[in-house]
Design a protein around this ligand. Structure first.
Ligand SMILES: [Zn+2]
Length: 416
């Protein structure tokens, strides 16, 4: 909106360069089904080489840490450093913006500071390795190695769908699992005092509010569990309805109640997996296994949602004459971003759009790992139809440019 003076002109040109770079990267790393930059593949490497060449062109020095994260550095007056990043890897048949937007915008930050006067703070543009976990099922590998939270035991035995071992796939990119946590030591030596990340929303909220960009003040926490309802298999013809112990009906009743919990607390509850045994049309289901994924930005609300889910699942089981057992899959507490950076981010969004719009993130991002170590913040660009992790993922150029301009303003505020 405010586009006056030299800075406004710079921002406008910079935002257009970012869109052009994104198109170039998509052209280089997509086929007719979408983007194919799956981590630890030749196409991903091609994207990284492209990124490194552009970063060097901007005047940065590029290195790779022991976890395969790429770091492009421009030394500042102060050794205190601002890290700005996202990921170049994507899901198979992915979109052109997930991760790429936040990685490519860092090139423009490097160009703003690489050839001119020395910036106040040192700048690192980081492209995290394997954010998506698309191939080996563990996401945030590079950023969690850098934050020091990666558990080697959790990844060492993993194998992809083709039978390739994770250790071999990483070794082909010079990443040795035994040394991967060295990235944490390297991170500490970089003296990073802030982390900034731009990403697409990957959901429909901003579009529904007719907003192009927002400051992200936190990332939801998650309670993820497997629920097994156990009843009694019986003949579908001979057992009267009220005498059955139908495990599926209990799971279905509980699932409908989970939706009410989500609405009551303004969180989300998802039953994404359902399976019954014996899975035969003429047999009343003996067991029904469902997954439950619950998310909220408020830790107290998340706990209440989980407590309520346990209560309604017990009631559903009892109503249907079955039992239910819970098993934890994974949990993570909500992440609240740094208050000072949230304020600067809101200002940047307001300067660009006239309104300090804020939102929280449902998906996890590399910034969640960084927030464990240093003050961090994210900014979201709207996603058309909320779609992501698919070829249809899109954001109109105009909205990408608005988000980039707002993000460059934020970077300037933090660096200078
Ligand atoms: Zn992403």
């Amino acid at each position: 909106m405010k586009e006056v003076g030299i800075m406004g002109n710079d921002l406008t040109k910079g935002a257009k360069r970012v869109v052009a770079d994104l198109r170039e990267l998509a052209e280089l790393t997509s086929d007719e089904h979408g983007a194919q930059r799956v981590a630890w593949t030749p196409t991903w490497q091609k994207a990284r080489d492209w990124f490194a060449a552009k970063a060097r062109e901007a005047g940065a020095e590029v290195t790779v840490d022991t976890a395969g994260n790429s770091w492009a550095k421009i030394a500042g007056v102060s050794p205190d450093a601002v890290a700005i990043g996202s990921h170049l890897d994507c899901v198979p048949n992915g979109g052109w913006l997930d991760g790429a937007l936040g990685a490519v915008v860092t090139l423009e930050v490097l160009r703003r500071y690489g050839k001119g006067a020395t910036p106040k703070k040192t700048i690192y543009a980081v492209s995290w390795a394997d954010e998506e976990g698309a191939r080996f099922g563990r996401n945030l590998i590079g950023s969690s190695a850098a934050s020091g939270t990666l558990d080697i035991a959790d990844i060492i035995d993993r194998v992809d769908n083709q039978g390739v071992k994770l250790t071999d796939a990483l070794a082909a990119h010079n990443v040795l699992v035994d040394d991967i946590l060295g990235a944490h030591e390297e991170f500490k030596q970089k003296n990073i005092t802030e982390y900034l990340e731009l990403h697409i929303e990957q959901g429909p909220v901003l579009e529904s509010l007719n907003k192009q960009v927002a400051c992200v003040y936190g990332i939801t926490g998650c309670e993820r569990h497997a629920l097994k309802f156990i009843g009694q298999a019986a003949h579908a013809g001979s057992f009267p309805t009220l005498m059955r112990q139908d495990a599926f009906l209990a799971a279905a009743q509980a699932s409908l109640a989970f939706k009410e919990i989500a609405l009551k607390y303004d969180g989300v509850c998802t039953v994404g997996k359902v399976s019954v045994t014996p899975d035969v049309v003429t047999i009343v289901p003996e067991t029904c296994l469902i997954s439950l994924d619950q998310r909220s930005i408020d830790p107290a609300v998340l706990k209440s949602m989980n407590d309520d889910a346990r209560a309604v699942s017990a009631k559903a089981a009892s109503d249907q004459g079955v039992v239910v057992r819970w098993e934890k899959i994974w949990t993570i507490a909500p992440t609240m971003f740094d208050a000072r950076l949230t304020e600067l981010c809101k200002q940047a969004v307001e300067e660009e759009t006239g309104e300090p719009k804020t939102i929280f993130s449902g998906p996890l991002h590399d910034a969640a790992e960084m927030a464990k170590l240093v003050p961090s913040i994210m900014m979201f660009a709207m996603s058309a139809r909320g779609l992501s992790h698919c070829q249809q993922e899109d954001t109109p150029d105009e909205a990408v440019e608005t988000a980039v301009r707002a993000f460059l303003r934020l970077a300037d505020k933090v660096i200078q």
